[in-house]
Design a protein around this ligand. Structure first.
Ligand code: M6R
Length: 586
């Protein structure tokens, strides 16, 4: 969703620095962008555009302070006027905003009556005018911000820039904001990955905190405006891990990183995995929650915990969980999975679970993220920054953790590790031979629909595989439980319909093979993914048996298929239409 990058310091090229910061945040998804920069001659320079930043540059002028924003449209269409930053009537205040001001219409009509004129259709612009109005009678800017906060409703992060004294005021309730302190310079961003090339010393704002940032330094205030000590966090990942390197796309880079990441999990995370297993063991009941890809990892988790550890865990989609938490008790455990740790549907549900005093264990890829900070116990994926919108390495890392936690619960960690390492070898093979998947994609690119079938944990893998294919290639792809075929799905099969079948040699093998025959008899083109070939398959992709970890290489095949389908269709796999990397707005 929207990205924010601000700078105050001694670098006289603030414009290009801010633009570069915004480019780092491009992966979040956006449809317009803008900057407000105070020139050294004292004037405020504002530039806004619809579309991507691409190779755009700003006119070169000396400047050392400003703010930029990438907008993902919610209120008001994709128009220059709706892009941020927004200014008040006097142009002495510029704001950027992430979130939704739920009561903006009421505020706007009040401000209209007071003579304010609006240039955009956004909820965000009312903030600039409201600040202008409050500032007329309240000279203390900290108090202005407190009043602003009491007027607006919804989950919001607002950065207010006062060019006159080069100060920023940041309030946050919901959308993430992080500030970074370098050598006599300060950064503000919606995501730490934009700050990491400059400094690793960061502070993640908590909900309802306020930060004043000026040449004098950083001041932190609590809800009541009382000054607080600021304790910085040191980020641990390297700046180069946020770059594409020699790869054409982040998606391919991230797919290719999986063997190393998964091997590392197997070899170094035993202690953390044991702690998580102990939490689950001592809980009254465990609820796995996640959204999108993370939800499919959770669903796979229910099968893995059942099969390997003989333990029932509940599962809910993050956005549905708040309607399902009636049974939570003080010693219930909510196990939340989220790559970003910022997904609003998870955060909102988890807040409600915490009100019921449930314990929160999270598995995220973002140290310091909102979910990370809210959790009683944390596990980190250690997958490195994931920038492609389609989640790949974070998914397989999540499955690896769940798989090993299940084995730890069963007292068979070492067996799990051996299978995970087998899966790692399989993934390496698949990546090495990816040209065969590229050829398959070339043949499949004009298909209208692709179906993916599996049973047991392979059903969860089928759902994730379908999501991967549809979100980057825009081909309608659906995952089904193979046993559901005769209950309706088979009506969709006609001559030539591609059906990918996950058929590992486990307890599901024979029944899944029957499904292959059923769709084949109706003319489907059957693509069998298995350790054992069968004449019913029109195309066979061999994946060696790695026990229940076989779903990991199986999904990697779908990741590559999605990637190559996108390329074959001339699409950018890193930035699928309408999607944002981190969903921070409901
Ligand atoms: O950051 P999260 O893991 O919480 O994100 C959840 C989903 O938004 C995310 O997995 C989404 O479904 C991806 N686009 C899938 O590739």
């Amino acid at each position: 969703m929207c990205g924010i990058f601000g700078y105050l310091g001694s670098n006289q090229q603030a414009g290009s620095l801010i633009l570069d910061g915004l480019k780092t945040l491009e992966y979040r998804g956006y449809d317009s962008w803008g900057v407000a920069i105070k020139k050294n001659d004292g004037s405020l320079y504002i530039e806004k555009h619809i579309g991507k930043i691409g190779s755009a540059s700003l006119p070169s002028f000396p400047a050392h302070v400003g703010i930029g924003h990438t907008r993902w449209a919610t209120h008001g269409g994709v128009r220059n006027e709706n892009a941020h930053p927004h200014t008040d009537c006097t142009k002495k205040i510029a704001i950027v905003h992430n979130g939704i001001v739920e009561n903006f219409e009421t505020i706007k009509s009040d401000l209209n009556k007071k003579g304010h004129t609006f240039k955009s259709e956004t909820d965000s612009e009312v903030i600039a005018h409201l600040i202008e109005e409050i500032y007329k009678t309240e000279p203390n800017k900290v108090k202005v911000m407190q009043k602003l906060r009491s007027h607006i409703t919804g989950l919001n992060a607002v950065i207010t820039f006062f060019p006159e004294d080069e100060s920023f005021y940041i309030i946050k309730n919901g959308s993430p904001i992080v500030i970074g302190e370098g050598d006599n310079e300060f950064y503000i961003a919606s995501d730490a990955s934009a700050i990491i090339p400059h400094t690793k010393k960061v502070y993640f704002l908590e909900d309802n905190e306020m930060v004043e940032l000026s040449k004098k330094g950083v001041s932190l205030f609590d809800t009541k405006g009382v000054h607080q000590n600021i304790t910085y966090t040191t980020l641990t990942y390297a700046a180069e891990s946020t770059e594409k390197g020699s790869f054409d796309h982040f998606m391919l880079k991230e797919i290719s990183e999986q063997p190393k990441i998964l091997r590392n999990i197997g070899e170094t995370q035993k202690t953390e995995i044991k702690k998580a297993a102990d939490e689950i063991s001592s809980s009254y009941g465990t609820y796995l929650i996640g959204c999108g890809t993370a939800s499919y990892a959770c669903l796979a988790g229910t099968y893995l915990f059942s099969k390997i550890a003989h333990r029932h865990v509940n599962f809910a989609i993050g956005s549905e969980f708040s309607y399902l938490l009636d049974f939570l008790k003080e010693n219930s455990l909510v196990f939340a999975l989220s790559q970003s740790g910022e997904t609003i549907d998870i955060i909102s549900s988890v807040k409600k679970a915490k009100e019921k005093k449930a314990q929160l264990l999270s598995l995220t890829n973002s140290q310091g993220s909102s979910l990370y900070r809210m959790s009683d116990h944390n596990l980190l994926l250690h997958a490195g920054p994931e920038k492609a919108v389609a989640s790949t390495k974070a998914y397989t890392a999540k499955i690896s953790f769940l798989y090993l936690i299940a084995h730890q619960l069963a007292g068979t960690f070492e067996k799990g590790k051996i299978n995970l390492l087998k899966a790692v070898d399989e993934i390496s093979q698949i990546i090495q031979n990816k040209s065969s998947i590229q050829s398959l994609a070339a043949k499949m690119k004009d298909y209208k629909s692709i179906f993916i079938l599996g049973r047991g944990v392979s059903y969860a893998a089928a759902l994730e595989s379908a999501l991967k294919i549809k979100e980057v290639s825009y081909i309608h792809a659906e995952g089904f439980a193979a046993g559901e075929l005769k209950h309706g799905v088979i009506a969709l099969i006609e001559k030539g319909t591609p059906v990918i079948l996950f058929n590992p040699e486990d307890e599901t093998y024979e029944d899944t093979l029957s499904a292959a025959h059923e769709v084949s008899a109706r003319g489907a083109h059957v693509i069998g993914v298995s350790s054992k070939n069968d004449k019913v398959y029109d195309t066979f992709i061999e994946v060696k048996n790695c026990g229940n970890a076989t779903i990991i290489p199986n999904v990697v095949i779908a990741q590559l298929l999605g990637y190559f389908l996108a390329l074959a269709k001339g699409l950018d796999p890193d930035k699928p239409r309408n999607l944002a990397k981190s969903v921070t707005v409901k």
